[in-house]
Write a new protein. Structure first.
Lengths: 90, 395
């Protein structure tokens, strides 16, 4: 219920949803760079698989040669060859 | 993302050995440590970069997560500067190098003279040298305007001179004065006489009366063309002096040069080798008292004696000081075959005769005669040339 109201507000006021709903925003550049805002920490990190915690569940990224280009409380930037992106609900 | 700033402040490449890499990363970003370029190497090792200031905080995180961290590399301007400062001698070298370069570029290295046709470069360089301008002089010590004025006064043929400095080059631009042509004094009476003995071959007489004919033998000093002009009386063939002029003309003649050169078949050459021995002694009443005695071990030597009488308060004492110098001499004997001796003698003769023959003479004939004796060879070289033998003589 709460989310629905927020959703409507953001739609009507044209505010960015990721801020109001506190959901992750994922931006993929080609198949070699991925930026995730509003993450909640790394669950698993290896060269082939990266799993990130977020408000909507775990985001699992599969690929090769992953490097965490940058990490801070707001943003994670990953580079590497991305093959697969999966959302795992709680 | 501020990479330039990281580079300026300096950053570290750190290797992490931990079983819970994810925990380590999460904890560090929560604590405000900026990590980048995180790369997993294998199960327990990870490499990442971190700014220098955050390393202390990282140590705490490592303690909590039970992991080991190690700095692999330090990068950034700060570290480079440290490195350079540590190599102080190198830095001093750079400074000295720059200083030397700067100093040397303040000197003049090249003097470039242009625009001169009749004045030789040497002359200009010499007078520049007199006024303190030479290669290796400091640029700012030269007063260009002053030197220009001095040079114009010093060298007569220069009407305008422009000095300019271009880098390490001193440019000298010269404008020459065209001097009036020399006036030939055609009025004074002049005879043309022979410079050398010879047989006259050609006579070119422009003014005056020639006294010789082609094929005639003339001696040195003989008048060839006289400045007197005569008029012949038709009646009695007597000659009458009209006037005397400045005679002009050239006379060519065959001239002989002869030279003898000898060459011994066995030549003995003695040369000093440079080694010598000094003996010093006094002669008192005919007795020798040595001060410095060295036995000459040389096989052949030149002996040079220097005697000085000893003077005491203006009186000559009966004591003489003698200084002997014995120079070692190396004697080389070389024997030549007759053919070799002839070649050597001929070469010598040619060399000697070329000194005597003037450059404008044309050689008509060359004759070699060989006289072979028991132990020497004599070469006679005869050269016949045709040359200008005329010479102007003022009366």
């Amino acid at each position: 219920m709460k989310n629905k109201v927020k959703n409507k507000i953001s739609e009507s006021l044209e505010l960015p949803k990721e801020i109001i709903l506190n959901i992750p925003s994922i931006k993929i550049l080609g198949n070699d760079e991925l930026q995730i805002e509003n993450h909640k920490g790394i669950v698993e990190y290896s060269t082939d698989v990266v799993r990130l915690r977020s408000s909507i569940g775990i985001i699992k990224i599969e690929g090769e040669n992953f490097i965490i280009k940058e990490i801070n409380p707001e943003l994670v930037v990953l580079t590497g060859k991305i093959k697969n992106l999966e959302f795992i609900r709680f | 993302m501020g990479r330039e700033r990281d580079f300026l402040d300096g950053y570290l490449i750190v290797e992490l050995k931990s079983l819970s890499i994810e925990k380590f990363i999460n904890l560090s970003y929560i604590n405000g440590i900026k990590l980048w370029d995180v790369k997993r190497k294998d199960l327990i090792t990870t490499q990442f970069r971190i700014s220098t200031n955050d390393f202390k905080k990282l140590k705490k995180v490592a303690k909590i997560t039970n992991s080991k961290i190690r700095i692999i590399e330090k990068r950034g301007v700060v570290f480079y500067l440290n490195k350079i400062l540590r190599r102080r001698l190198f830095l001093i070298g750079i400074v000295i190098f720059i200083f030397i370069l700067y100093y040397l570029s303040n000197l003049i290295w090249i003097i470039d003279i242009s625009g001169n046709k009749n004045i030789s470069n040497d002359e200009i360089v010499k007078s520049l040298y007199k006024n303190g301008v030479k290669i290796g002089v400091k640029k700012n010590k030269i007063n260009l305007k002053q030197i220009e004025n001095i040079l114009v006064n010093e060298i007569n043929q220069i009407s305008l001179i422009n000095l300019s400095i271009d880098g390490v080059k001193l440019k000298v631009e010269v404008v020459e004065r065209t001097l009036p042509p020399e006036i030939v004094d055609t009025e004074s009476p002049v005879d043309i006489i022979a410079k050398k003995d010879g047989i006259v071959t050609k006579i070119f007489c422009y003014r005056g009366t020639p006294l010789i004919k082609s094929g005639e033998y003339v001696k040195k000093g003989q008048i060839l063309i006289t400045g007197d002009i005569f008029r012949t009386n038709r009646n009695d063939n007597s000659k009458e002096l009209v006037k005397t002029v400045h005679s002009f003309g050239t006379v060519y003649a065959k001239v002989w040069y002869e030279i003898f050169e000898e060459q011994d078949l066995l030549s003995i050459k003695s040369e000093r080798t440079g080694e010598y021995v000094i003996n010093e002694y006094y002669i008192i009443n005919g007795k020798k008292i040595y001060i410095n005695k060295n036995d000459a071990k040389f096989e052949n030597y030149d002996k040079i004696e220097k005697r000085t009488k000893i003077n005491l308060l203006g009186y000559n004492l009966p004591i003489e000081k003698v200084e002997e110098k014995l120079y070692e001499v190396k004697v080389t004997k070389t024997s030549y075959s007759i053919d070799e001796a002839i070649i050597i003698a001929t070469n010598k003769a040619e060399y000697e005769i070329n000194k005597q023959i003037p450059k404008d003479a044309t050689i008509i004939d060359k004759k070699y005669d060989k006289i072979i004796e028991k132990n020497k060879v004599t070469v006679r070289l005869l050269v016949i040339t045709e040359e200008n033998i005329s010479y102007e003589q003022h009366r």
